[in-house]
Write a protein that binds this ligand. Sequence first.
Ligand SMILES: *Cc1c(COP(=O)(O)O)cnc(C)c1O
Length: 415
Amino acid sequence: MAYSKKTREHFKGTLQGIKDDGLFKEERFICSPQAADIVVEYPAGAERKKVINMCANNYLGLSSHPDVVEAAHEGLRQRGYGMSSVRFICGTQDIHRDLENKLTKFLETEDTILFPSCMDANGGVFEAVFDDQDVLIADRLIHASIIDGMRLCSALNESFKHSNMKHLEKKLQTYQDARFRCIVTDGVFSMDGDTAKLDEICELAEKYDAMVFLDDSHSSGFLGKKGKGTHELKGVLGKIDIITTTLGKALGGASGGCVSGRTEIVEMCRQRARPYLFSNAMPPVVVAAANKVLDVIMASTERRDKLEANTKFWRAGLEEAGFDLVDGETPIVPIMLYNAKLSQDMSRDLYERGIYAVGFFFPVVPQGKARIRTQISAGHEMHHLEKALEAFIEVGKKYDILGKGKKEIIEMYGM
Ligand SMILES: *Cc1c(COP(=O)(O)O)cnc(C)c1O
């Protein structure tokens, strides 16, 4: 029977269901390097168009930075293309170790281990460190990859209401008899752009003898005065036991991730973490470029300072125009629209005006919380932001949502 007609029909039906729900994701093709200005083919087959990118994780504008690209070329020349091995067999070059050491220094931790991605770091770390005598207490809005990593581990999976310290404290009290308690959180929550209350989390961890796990993928490289991340911003450098982060966002944007933190935990990962043991090492070309990225951001805070200034300008401009924003201080600036169709319509109209900003709706965000999530970059110049702001205001006027809050927008468009 194998892949029978009935099997095929089953999956076709499921896919049609996704389309009928209006949740089918079309890919858009970028036909240029990742940057503030990109060339896009959308929908597939349409004429290519130059637009301003307002939704990349390219926070520091390093994805196509000439020095980073040159370092990649040099790495390719000197260390070749692929490793053809996992780390522990013959997949570790000197430059892998260099990068781990630089990350340790930058993040102000004790040691660091690279993974093929942060998804892999999250997938490997829990199982390597915890077992059924332990309990993991996670914020309810953590990233999907952390949820998956926790599921792969036999420790009890528990949760607390988003950023609710009272609820977290109650859970910590409940599990005082467990061998280890570990509080699990993102540094910056990617959909709302809000930051974890890491200072309070660390106090509770102290009080109830718990470890702290932080996924800082949306902060590493730019949050805090030296860009070290949420732990710097919240004044708890050196207090986080396990940090995972990605090299796929601000830190060059290619790929790779790491676990950084206590010496023994990093060593446990080297001995036991399955994505480290059973998946290929990061390619030398990416490692070489990432080493350059760390050099650039440790030499000067110029790029994170520019990002901060750009973010202030963008938030103030949208606020003044009367958009309904989610408050915050990170370069993730969501414009709340509540209605899924409105988010798609506005995104399309922005695209017509040369602005690339994708609308998010269920299941990426909760039902009735559709939005356009904008992300600011140090790669944006003032003229990009001014042009984008103008387009947002035009489109905001067209849909008559300026100066209106949640209640009024839902009254007009529904949820
Ligand atoms: C993007 C992201 C990841 C995944 O990172 P990759 O290196 O692309 O696998 C993991 N965690 C969080 C919080 C993220 O935002």
